[in-house]
Design a protein around this ligand. Structure first.
Ligand code: NAP
Length: 271
């Protein structure tokens, strides 16, 4: 339904880099009309115009959505391009890390409905997860529209407070990179044990895909699924003894990883 409304009224995408592309590809594949999309980007990819997307064209008068997908550091230069849309009818949706709602209200006025969100790149294949929160001007129908749009490319959670988004960024916004690194490490470790590189990578990717799908779909908690893999005194137990070491295992490492990403999100908000 959201994609129909947005196809009718239009969507402006400010910044079409890695994340803007992931979202846009997800929406186009799920039925968003390419001609309803206006991308503003200094170096747009060729596929956009080839797909029928309007590129660096005049803004539509009354688009449903103005999606902000530039880097936080570019915000000051980029936002004036959307000034004409700050009229209360267009819903602004930011996906930028570390850019507070207050900064958008300064640019577009506190009467403008604004949703701050944090998606992740699996949105490109409809498997993203996005957390979102609106400003005071965002009405129930604005929040519903944002949620439906983001839900077209994955699951959506609504936050209670804006400050939760820093930790969300540390967990799920940045999280795909941690998992990709896990795949790299698992494959490299397989190679170190004598497997050919292609085979090790194939095994690592399929294992993460399968375990992720199992964890997502199972009624059991991940700890139970882990127990199901672990035969007493077997191979997994030997491996987990290293991975679950209290001092040098994965838990403290992941805790420090998420803490650092969360802290960086807070820093970005302070300029
Ligand atoms: N990547 C992720 O996994 C992810 C996940 C969640 C949220 N985010 C957020 O999404 C935003 C974009 O991140 P990204 O990874 O997609 O970065 P990115 O790949 O650098 O994309 C940003 C795009 O904005 C363009 N741009 C720069 N100045 C602009 C301007 N004045 N007007 C319009 N477009 C402009 C850039 O063009 P040039 O490259 O030519 O400068 C680039 O194409 C960030 O705020 C980030 O925090 C990213």
């Amino acid at each position: 339904m959201a994609l129909e409304e947005v196809s009718r009224r239009g969507l402006v995408l400010l910044g079409c880099g890695r994340m803007g592309t992931a979202l846009l590809k997800g929406w186009l594949e799920r039925g968003l009309a390419p001609g309803a999309v206006t991308v503003l980007d200094p170096a747009p990819a060729d596929w956009l115009a080839e797909a029928g997307v309007r590129v660096n064209a005049a803004l539509p008068a009354d688009p449903a959505i103005a999606m902000i997908a530039v880097k936080p550091q570019m915000m000051g230069d980029a936002l004036p391009a959307l000034q004409a849309l700050g009229n209360g009818r267009t819903l602004f949706v930011s996906i930028a890390a570390g850019t507070p709602i207050a900064q958008f209200e300064e640019s577009f006025g506190s009467e403008t409905p604004i949703v701050r969100s944090m998606p992740n790149t699996p949105a490109a294949i409809g498997k993203g997860v996005t957390a979102m929160i609106g400003n005071d001007a965002a009405r129930a129908q604005d929040l519903d529209l944002a949620e439906e749009l983001l839900a077209a490319v994955g699951s959506v959670v609504r936050l209670e407070r804006e400050d939760q988004i820093d930790a969300v960024t540390g967990v799920s916004g940045s999280g795909p990179a941690y998992v990709f690194y896990m795949i790299e490490c698992l494959a490299a470790a397989g190679e170190a044990q004598g497997l050919a590189p292609d085979l090790a990578l194939e095994l690592a990717k399929a294992t993460v895909e399968g375990a992720g799908a199992l964890a997502a779909g199972a009624a059991e908690r991940p700890a139970t699924l882990r127990d199901n893999v672990t035969s007493p005194n077997g191979t997994t137990q030997a491996g987990l003894a290293v991975l679950m070491d209290e001092g040098a295992g994965l838990a403290p490492l992941i805790a420090r990883t998420v803490e650092a990403a969360t802290a960086r999100s807070k820093e970005l908000a302070n300029g």
